[in-house]
Every structure is written in C-alpha cells, then in structure tokens.
Ligand binder design. Structure first.
Ligand SMILES: [Zn+2]
Length: 319
C-alpha cells in the first residue's frame, strides 16, 4: 500500500493529504533522470581516464616478459645453428675428404629456404616471422645434413666392402718374416733352367701349413692343373684376382664366397714345383702385379724392408 503524506492546512486547521499532480511528478522524474545521467557520464569519463592507463601498464609488463622470452628463443636458435654449422664443417672438411667425396656447396645446403620465407609473409608479427624463418632455415639445413650423412654412410659401406675385398695380408703365417723365398720379377726357373718372368711370390713353409685368402671374394677356380698343381683363384671384384698354387689340397669350391684370413687350402708341392711352397699371385685388370705392394698395411716399415731383403736373396724360383 502506497505511503500517504500529509500537510497542515492553516486555513482549515486540518491535516490534508498531499496530492502530487502528474505534471509535477513528470518534472521530478525528468530531474532525477537528468542528474543520474550526469553522474553516470562523470563516472564514465573518470573510468575511461583511469582504466586505459592500467591496461597499458599491464600490457607493457606483458611485453617485457615476451621480449625476454623471445631473447631466450633467439639464443636457443643461434646455439642450434652454431652446433649445426660445426656438424656441417666436419662433414665437408673431414668425413667427405676421408671418403673422397666433394663437399656440398652452400647453394645445396640452402636449397628450398626461399619458399619458406614466402610462406612466412602470411605471419603478421615481425618477431614471430623472423623466428619462423630462422627455425625453418635450421630445419632445412638439418634435412640436407641428414641426407648428407646418409650418403656418407652409404659411401662408407661401399668403401668398407672394397677395403675388405682388397688383397691385404700375406697368404701364409709369416710372422718371423723368413718364409718369402723369391720376389716378383725375372727369376731362374728351377726345372726349365732359364730366366723368365716370375709372376708372383714364393713362400716356403712346411707341407700342410694353412693358406689364407688375402681378401674377401668369390672362388672363381678351384682345380688341379699340370703347372699350378692344386690351385685356387679368388675374384675380389674391383678388377682384383689372387691365385694360390701348388697346394697339397684345397678346401673351397668354385662359386664359394670367402673372407680375408679364411683357410682355403694347405701348402704342398704339386704341379711344376721343386719343393713345398706356396706360389701367390695378384692380378689387376688381368695383369700380374707385384703382390708385395699389398702387404704394406699389414707390416710396419722395418718388417716390410726385411721381407723384401729376405725375398731378394734367391734368384731361383721354386716353380
Ligand atoms: Zn712361384
């Protein structure tokens, strides 16, 4: 129920209810709204003045944090880039040199970077764009380096196969270096009685001493011949072949794969031979070459000189 207000009427000596006309009520309402509007406007102006300042302060603090984080990020990118540069340097200056490969040139290492720079143009903020470009460059260099390392691994596997195939050891146990009887060159033939080219080395050894394959390869011949006696030929690939003659017997068959150091037979005196020995030949592109050149890696300089000295004493071969 609405509250009724009264006023004292002196003429009628009575309290009478106050009656507010709609006009006066309307005016009062308008006045109230007007004052409210002014107060609201003042508040708005005040807060508009006050709050942007707080926002800016917060924003500035946030920016400082972001700048610090960016610095950390850039440092990490720089460090990664330096580490990658060291790896690239090792690749070009060491690994590739050892494996006889050409170094990668800079254009190969930077291939594909331009496209990603274009891609980054869609990124609006410059700090992010710069970091994006830098990280993409590193990613690209890493891809190229990974490919390069794979190429090095493939090349190394090929070289390892080649090195394992190359004749590189003596075909009999000759640790005391006394078993080389005759070296490569013109030698008196013991049965024919005249000087002729001796296409290999003669190693003296007790009958039945093991004979070793001097490199990995495939046995191309294992047979008994009138001149070579029991003989084995090994095809090492890369145009190399070795021959092991006058054995008492061989224990490998044609077509068989052998490893360096594997026993293929035993010293004997078969074919045109005058005493128990191993006649050993190395062929390159179907030409007999001096096998002694292939022992250098197996011997030190003194041992190598002694081997030649011992082998040079006899002018007569044993076959
Ligand atoms: Zn010989």
């Amino acid at each position: 129920m609405a509250k009724i207000r009264y006023t004292y009427n002196a003429e009628s000596c009575k309290y009478e209810p106050i009656v507010i006309s709609p006009k006066i009520a309307g005016r009062r309402m308008l006045a109230f709204l007007g004052i409210s509007f002014v107060i609201g406007l003042a508040g708005l102006v005040y807060f508009n003045y006050k709050y942007p300042y707080i926002d800016e302060t917060l924003q500035e603090a946030k920016n400082e944090n972001l700048k610090t984080e960016w610095k950390v990020l850039y440092k990490q990118l720089d460090r990664t880039s330096s580490q990658l540069s060291a790896l690239e340097h090792n690749d070009d200056k060491n690994y590739r040199v050892i494996l006889d490969l050409e170094p990668l040139d800079q254009s190969q290492r930077e291939a594909g970077v331009g496209g990603r720079e274009k891609e980054s143009e869609t990124i609006p903020y410059s700090l992010i764009r710069t970091a994006y470009i830098q990280s993409e460059k590193i990613k690209n260099r890493l891809d190229i380096e990974a490919q390069s390392l794979q190429q090095l691994m493939d090349e190394l596997a090929k070289k390892e196969k080649m090195w394992a195939s190359r004749p590189a050891i003596q075909p009999i146990n000759n640790k005391d270096l006394v078993h080389l009887h005759t070296i490569f060159g013109l030698r008196m033939h013991p049965l024919l009685g005249y000087v002729r080219p001796h296409n290999g080395l003669d190693f003296t050894a007790p009958l039945g001493s093991p004979v070793y394959a001097t490199g990995d390869g495939r046995v191309s011949t294992a047979q008994r011949s009138d001149t070579y006696g029991n003989v084995v030929y090994i095809d090492h690939g890369y145009h190399f072949e070795t021959r092991y003659a006058h054995m008492t017997r061989y224990i490998v068959n044609a077509g068989e794969f052998v490893k360096r150091g594997q026993v293929i037979g035993y010293v004997g005196n078969t074919g045109t031979s005058v005493s128990a020995h191993l006649h050993y030949e190395v062929h390159y592109k179907n030409q007999a070459i001096n096998p002694i050149n292939f022992f250098q890696r197996d011997l030190n300089n003194k041992e190598y000189e002694k081997l030649i000295e011992v082998g040079s004493k006899s002018v007569t071969s044993l076959d």
